[in-house]
Design a protein around this ligand. Structure first.
Ligand SMILES: N=CN[C@@H](CCC(=O)O)C(=O)O
Ligand SMILES: [Zn+2]
Length: 435
């Protein structure tokens, strides 16, 4: 058994769940940040944390030079399986056009046309980019295939990446958009038939490869009734539920997610007071142990409100009311929503910075939402914190204090990253040439 002790840590944000302050559920308690600290990693897990002066001996010792250490970011929402980019659409948006779900079809065409090896390389490169920004636990979705064969191909790709330890969580998003061949025009089958396909044959094909099912419950995509059909079928297949909701308007996705016990509803830009209350009311729902170490049951616990700050900026949407959600007592996560249409970035540090500067979260609230919040949204107890026994996922900042994330916006802050106890390469990923 080999062990490593890391010393020279100015701030060690353990976020240890055993030290949560019940009076401030969305925040970080003083006891969860150790000063002048050390951490011992053994067999990919956190074996010890405490004052540097008391650090035990280990096989290897490294001095981090007075830097702050956080748990790696837990990015609970991304769409990395795609080809092509939509820079022109983005540029048009910056010139005044508004976002609509229809852009998904453009990426679907490019993704269907991509060879398997190219798609795999693209996803790998995007994961490497995310890790280089401090992300150590990552969820990603299918959703740019929208045929049984293409959704299955994406799900199998994600399953393989999870098996090799490169990725953590996979989500089936066949209900991303009604594809053109089902648009109901000129005698084509229509949305109801596509929903039947997603909830039937497509789900049956992909279910063994994913832990989650998601639906884009929004005007121009799927209405609450169609969304419920897909989610109920997913639950019957043993999958956990996730919802894209209230991105473009009050789509009904929040009420649906809360009613069906979804683990998360994401975007949440357009919320009425009753939506905030509905989410806060789920916060008391207890989690339950899952059937694999480190995992919680997908169907117990709060419906987390996942805010996507980079997406809000990139679509010039009203920022999700993260402050109001926390004040009401809702569980909140921050995620990147990395995708080619609305948020082409996996930079979680940027999302945290934005949450502090523009959504009015304290640094502690934002860090917690991007670590423990994401872990709760993914129903995982093994990541998002550095309590003893947690996965050794560490994000070393090139700063003496984590507040520098917001104090020095835009400056490169990721110094070193460990994932599963292994230090990760942080070399920049070269651009993939357009075919
Ligand atoms: N809103 C739905 N899906 C993605 C956007 C997908 C796209 O435009 O390609 C999102 O989460 O923002
Ligand atoms: Zn999304």
């Amino acid at each position: 058994m080999t062990s490593t002790v890391l010393t020279g840590i100015s701030e060690l944000w353990t976020l240890d769940p055993a030290l949560d302050d019940p009076a401030r559920p969305g925040d970080v308690a003083d006891a969860q940040v150790l000063r002048y600290a050390a951490v011992v990693i053994e067999e990919g897990r956190i074996a010890w944390t405490g004052p540097a002066a008391d650090a035990p001996a280990a096989d290897a010792r490294e001095d981090l030079g007075g830097r702050a250490v956080l748990p790696g970011w837990v990015d609970s929402h991304s769409h990395l399986v795609f080809d092509g980019d939509r820079a022109a659409e983005f540029e048009a948006r910056m010139a005044g056009r508004s976002y609509s779900a229809g852009g998904i079809a453009v990426t679907t065409d490019a993704t269907r046309a991509a060879a398997d090896a190219r798609l795999r390389d693209l996803v790998r490169d995007r994961i490497a980019e995310a890790v280089a920004g401090g992300t150590t636990c990552l969820e990603t979705k299918t959703g740019y295939g929208l045929t049984v064969a293409d959704e299955l191909r994406a799900a199998q790709l994600l399953d393989a990446l999870i098996a090799e330890g490169a990725l953590d969580e996979a989500t089936f998003l066949g209900a991303h958009l009604v594809p053109r061949e089902f648009d109901g025009e000129d005698g084509r089958p229509g949305a109801a038939q596509y929903v039947d396909l997603v909830a039937g044959e497509m789900l049956a094909a992909v279910a063994e490869h994913v832990r989650w099912i998601d639906v884009f419950c929004e005007d121009g995509a799927f209405d609450p009734e169609q969304s419920a059909q897909v989610l109920r079928a997913g639950a019957a297949a043993g999958l956990g539920l996730r919802v894209h909701g209230h991105q473009l308007g009050r789509s009904g996705g929040v009420a649906l997610a809360a009613a069906l016990g979804a683990a998360s509803v994401d975007h949440v830009n357009h919320l009425a007071a009753e939506d905030v209350e509905a989410l806060a009311a789920t916060a008391a729902r207890p989690t339950a142990p899952g059937d694999r170490p480190g995992l919680l049951a997908v169907d117990a616990g709060p419906t987390v409100a996942t805010v996507l700050p980079a997406c809000d900026l990139s679509t010039r949407a009203p920022l999700a009311p993260a402050r109001e959600l926390l004040d009401a007592g809702a569980a909140v996560a921050i995620a990147s929503n990395c995708n080619p249409g609305t948020s082409y970035t996996s930079a979680m540090s940027f999302c945290v910075t934005t949450a502090v500067l523009q959504m009015h979260l304290s640094l502690g609230e934002a860090v917690r939402a991007a670590t423990r919040g994401g872990a709760l949204a993914l129903r995982r107890g093994d990541v998002g914190h550095l309590g003893v026994g947690a996965r050794a996922d560490l994000h070393v900042l090139d700063a003496p204090a984590a507040i520098h994330l917001a104090y020095r916006p835009g400056m490169p802050m990721t110094h070193r990253v460990w994932r599963h106890g292994q230090e990760q390469p942080l070399a920049p990923v070269p651009p993939t040439p357009t075919p």
